[in-house]
Design a protein around this ligand. Structure first.
Ligand SMILES: *[C@@H]1O[C@H](CO)[C@@H](O)[C@H](O)[C@H]1NC(C)=O
Ligand SMILES: *[C@@H]1O[C@H](CO)[C@@H](O)[C@H](O)[C@H]1NC(C)=O
Ligand SMILES: *[C@@H]1O[C@H](CO)[C@@H](O)[C@H](O)[C@H]1NC(C)=O
Length: 274
């Protein structure tokens, strides 16, 4: 998928100025949040942000069910939670992983209903090596958003660090099909094992976006197997690719954070605080 086309961006700008000036829509424009935010009124209204590139809508029925269990935040707190989430993402984008989690936790305190939508928090926890909390974040996310391949993969990545890849594989979260071919193949790699790596890389030859995603996830797969050499090769290739270098996609930032955390030298790697 190409990034937000300028026409979609301007549509969002229009909708944010004409009807709903909520920070969630401005967030969509500023940080290039994604199509799921656009198609999912529920996510946008709740101030949540979709995984880059995913179009799976957040299930509204789950939000309603959640509302019954968790006390709803008042409007002011919800707005403050949205801003804290936004600050967390900006800190992460500058390499301040530790600071990002402080903001994500602040968002949760202000609006506990956000919990299963804060996938960004799970990613930061991975880099802080707080794998148990990270795995819980992703498992909670899948409970409300059952077709998200990235939640499943990141849960596995956390649990592989905790229990080793074999045990993590036994508890692998099965999710429905992803609309993105490259993420379907990435999911299959983690579910079915290394033999499908070439298939993923072949899909990655389609365009710059898919090239980046295929290399990022091949690298993460190798990291889960404790194969640092192969992980480094794939993820630095992702960072150096045109999409990795210039897209502004949150996952492209993540790849730069990854290289910074592992002290892998590649142009664009971020200097990281963990
Ligand atoms: C998830 O995917 C299944 C098909 O595999 C579909 O029936 C279901 O509606 C999807 N759920 C959501 C929340 O999108
Ligand atoms: C991972 O590999 C390194 C060597 O590259 C080794 O020192 C370490 O013990 C391995 N860890 C596990 C959990 O296998
Ligand atoms: C790491 O992965 C590469 C590429 O798949 C492979 O050639 C190499 O043998 C692996 N190294 C280890 C220690 O498993």
């Amino acid at each position: 998928m190409a990034l937000l086309s300028s026409s979609i961006s301007s549509l969002l700008l229009q909708s944010s100025s004409s009807s709903s000036p909520s920070p969630s829509f401005r967030q969509v424009c500023d940080l290039r949040f994604t199509r799921r935010s656009i198609v999912s009124g529920v996510a946008a209204a709740a101030g949540t942000v979709a995984w880059p590139g995913s179009i799976a809508a957040v299930a509204s029925s789950s939000s309603v069910a959640l509302a019954g269990r968790v006390m709803a935040a008042n409007v002011g707190d919800r707005q403050a939670a949205i801003l804290a989430t936004r600050r967390g993402m900006q800190l992460f984008s500058k390499g301040d992983v530790r600071g990002s989690v402080v903001e994500f936790d602040k968002a949760l305190e202000l609006d506990p209903q956000q919990k299963p939508y804060l996938w960004q928090r799970g990613l930061s926890l991975y880099y802080l090596r707080r794998f148990e909390e990270g795995a819980k974040q992703f498992r909670d996310d899948v409970a409300v958003n059952p077709n998200d391949t990235e939640e499943s993969i990141w849960c596995f990545l956390c649990e592989a660090q905790l229990y080793g890849p074999d045990k993590a594989h036994q508890n692998f979260l099965q999710v429905g099909p992803d609309s993105r071919p490259v993420m379907r193949k990435a999911y299959e790699l983690f579910r079915d094992g290394g033999d499908t790596k070439e298939v993923l890389l072949a899909v990655g030859a389609r365009d710059a976006h898919d090239f980046f995603y295929s290399h990022l996830y091949v690298g993460l797969f190798h990291e889960a197997q404790n194969n640092t050499t192969a992980a480094r090769e794939a993820i630095t290739t992702a960072v150096a690719s045109p999409y990795g270098a210039r897209s502004g996609d949150y996952m492209a930032t993540l790849a730069k954070v990854h290289c910074g955390c592992r002290e892998w030298q590649v142009p664009g790697a971020l200097s990281v605080t963990v």
